[in-house]
Design a protein around this ligand. Structure first.
Ligand SMILES: Nc1ncnc2c1ncn2[C@@H]1O[C@H](COP(=O)(O)OP(=O)(O)OP(=O)(O)O)[C@@H](O)[C@H]1O
Ligand SMILES: [Mg+2]
Length: 411
């Protein structure tokens, strides 16, 4: 009989902390999801811990919620971290092939990836992922995995994702104090794609846009592999703040207005329609224009998509990804957002529902769970093969595991 192992992910967002628990059968790549947990995230700001105790309590509440549903204890998690401190750089490595017969070995691949990291990264930043985008053997470009090929010079283009070390350390501490070990730390910008994309979409070219609270997490794929990731520092929180400022209400009232009456289609609202705030708030009791509300929301969402478009332009993919834009994150549930994305980005657009899993938990048929499910899929696939802490002594250990890791990234 196949043995099952309990695996779990913890998506520490700025608005919600989500936990997903699954069973992994050693003979099957697909995870069977058996429980989810959610708790408000009250101790974070823009991805950084501002209140340790509140963060620990939120994490514990989310874990316990998931444990209750799953009927299993969670002892370790794949931890997803986001926020504006996550940054990237693109770096190239070049080496001479060591072997006398010029056949490229796994050792050469390790060496070239190590060479790509010879860039100066400030000591207060931690490398979270090194993604090999493409290899070049002598003059031949666009190689996915060069082992076994013959050549003299091996080159790699990498995308390196880093995070602010003190912020990561504080989050790690909170997770450990909540009583679980960390299997791996994964930047959340990489996760939703694993849950919502098919291999074909990754092959054709696609952008995943996760609209969260503190930011919008963008990942771009082409020819089956990751081309680019970036965190755009504008998310649902900014929409709420704009509503609060524009309508002169508290943040809590603005959030309620956004959820209850929000949309990005002002043309569908009559000029004379109003919202009586006394129906949803005890403190804000004035009457506001519904059209103005929707215009404020539309303006900020439009800005988010313009910023994503700028990122696509930077890598020469503006309007050029045949599989279009896939929207995830709770912020993607705003009515009208798909049409706005389609028009602004000039790409086909749709909501990304998590799909690459088994199980019957209804709650996760929701784009807001794409990151948590993606973390579980990504983490379980690369488990034991790649470790996050690639600084100092950890560097070699991480590199030594790259060969399996790269093979797993191949289409
Ligand atoms: N049904 C909805 N329609 C529109 N917006 C929504 C809806 N539900 C939640 N939001 C907004 O989505 C944002 C939260 O998204 P999400 O839960 O994906 O964020 P998070 O993962 O906690 O944060 P982050 O990823 O930025 O760390 C909030 O700004 C919230 O107002
Ligand atoms: Mg999120």
């Amino acid at each position: 009989m196949a043995r099952h192992k309990v695996v779990a992910s913890l998506d520490i967002g700025n608005s919600k902390i989500r936990t997903v628990v699954g069973l992994k059968d050693e003979n099957s790549p697909v995870i069977n999801i058996i429980g989810v947990g959610i708790a408000p995230s009250t101790g974070l700001r823009k991805g950084a811990v501002i209140d340790v105790e509140e963060t620990i309590n939120s994490i514990s509440a989310s874990l316990e919620d998931a444990e209750r549903m799953a009927g299993e204890q969670i002892n370790h998690v794949f931890l997803g971290i986001g926020g504006n401190h996550i940054d990237y750089l693109n770096s190239r490595g070049v080496i001479a092939v060591a072997n006398g017969e010029n056949e490229i070995t796994e050792n050469d691949v390790d060496r070239v990836l190590e060479a790509a990291q010879a860039v100066t990264i400030p000591s207060n930043r931690r490398i979270l992922r090194i993604i090999p985008k493409t290899f070049t053997v002598d003059e031949q470009k666009g190689i996915k995995y060069p082992v076994g090929m013959t050549g003299i010079r091996l080159e790699v283009e990498t995308h390196i994702i880093t995070g602010f070390e003190p912020t990561i350390k504080n989050l790690e501490k909170c997770v450990l104090q909540a009583g679980v070990d960390i299997d791996d730390i994964i930047p959340t910008c990489l996760a939703p794609a694993e849950a919502v994309l098919s291999k074909r979409q990754k092959e054709l070219g696609v952008v995943v846009i996760d609209i969260g609270c503190g930011g919008t997490y963008v990942s771009i794929f082409e020819d089956g592999s990751t081309l680019h990731t970036v965190v755009v520092p504008v998310g649902g929180e900014n929409v709420t703040n704009d509503v609060a400022i524009g309508l002169r209400t508290s943040i809590d009232t603005a959030e309620k207005i956004k959820m209850e009456y929000g949309s990005t289609i002002p043309e569908e609202v009559n000029d004379r329609e109003t919202i009586d705030l006394s129906l949803i708030s005890k403190t804000d009791t004035h009457v506001v224009s519904k059209k103005q509300t929707v215009e404020i929301i539309e303006a900020r969402y439009h800005e988010i998509f313009l910023l994503v478009k700028d990122e696509l332009s930077k890598i020469h993919r503006d309007g050029m990804l045949p599989a279009g834009a896939i929207l995830t994150g709770a912020g993607s549930k705003m009515p009208g957002v798909i049409d706005l994305a389609r028009e602004t980005l000039n790409l086909p657009a749709q909501i990304g529902f998590p799909q690459n899993y088994d199980g019957v938990v209804d709650k996760i048929d929701d784009p807001a769970y794409a990151t948590a499910i993606g973390l579980l899929i990504w983490g379980s696939r690369f488990e034991g093969r790649f470790h996050a802490g690639l600084r100092g002594g950890g560097l070699k250990k991480g590199i030594g595991n790259f060969k399996n890791w790269i093979k797993n990234l191949l289409p």
